[in-house]
Design a protein around this ligand. Structure first.
Ligand code: ADE
Length: 259
């Protein structure tokens, strides 16, 4: 997976995505992260990338030209890397904006299948609509609140997507059992010591009885989801209605059969 981040603050995203699991995934070549400075592509002699908004209103807007030329440069890099190989389709360009659809684990899984993803980070009051119309394929928000720029949301999404790229997590299982991957929050977990602050690890987890442990974990996931995220619980129950209990069939008495 190759991430390309169009931004006015390349060092912010590169520094933030250089540590821990994502840093290691980069080193090992499972992902690559490139940050391209939009300011490098402005034709303005003072290196300006923003201007006043037509019609008035507070704040400045990022102009179309530097954003479009940055996009063309990134697209050119991708094409060059793929030279000779078949370029299946145009790379997806994600504009991170509070006006987008809200990012979810499902969206992360969908985007993790792409080979290249371009993130466009806005600043000031936004970006000239005309260039968005030409280059953006997805408008995505990380939640219903407003941040000062698109860099943090892009980093959040890149982190969530990267850990779904095969090889990035050492333990192949953990992405499947964790919260949100099956529509439920994850069950509580415990490690050593067995007793801490007078609190004992639940007996079932010490029993070695795998079927009982699975059953307990599912119950705990359901309880936790119901309490903390009732809307998620409702959706899960609708998709997984409890199976009707099997009625024990009474044997017909010999008398009834005879009648
Ligand atoms: N830019 C500013 N706020 C944002 C948000 N909540 N999500 C995505 N991009 C943003």
């Amino acid at each position: 997976m190759h991430f390309h981040i169009m931004t006015l603050f390349p060092e912010m995203v590169l520094d933030g995505l250089n540590t821990s699991i994502i840093g290691r995934a980069k080193e090992k070549g499972y992902i690559s992260i490139d940050a391209i400075n939009i300011r490098d592509y402005t034709l303005d002699k003072h290196k300006k990338v923003d201007d006043y908004t037509y019609g008035g209103g507070a704040g400045m807007l990022m102009q179309a030209q530097p954003v479009y030329d940055t996009y063309q440069a990134v697209k050119g890099q991708i094409e060059e890397r793929k030279a000779g190989a078949e370029m299946s389709s145009k790379p997806r360009v994600i504009y991170v904006t509070p006006q987008g659809e809200v990012f979810t684990q499902k969206k992360a899984a969908e985007l993790a299948k792409e080979e290249d993803l371009i993130f466009l980070c806005g600043h000031y009051e936004g970006i000239d609509e005309r260039v968005l119309e030409e280059i953006v394929t997805d408008y995505i928000s990380i939640g219903d609140y407003v941040l000062t720029g698109g860099e943090l949301p892009a980093m959040v999404m890149i982190d969530a997507i990267s850990r779904l790229v095969p090889g990035v997590l050492n333990n192949g299982d953990s992405a499947e059992t964790e919260s949100h991957s099956n529509g439920l929050l994850e069950y509580p977990q415990y490690s050593r010591p067995e007793v801490w602050h007078d609190k004992k690890v639940p007996d079932v987890l010490m029993s070695g009885h795998h079927a009982n442990i699975e059953k307990w974990r599912l119950e705990q996931s359901l309880l936790r989801t119901k309490e903390r995220r009732p809307e998620m619980y409702e959706a899960y129950m609708e998709a997984h209605p409890p199976k009707p209990e099997k009625k024990r069939r009474k044997k017909k008495s010999t008398q009834e059969t005879a009648e």
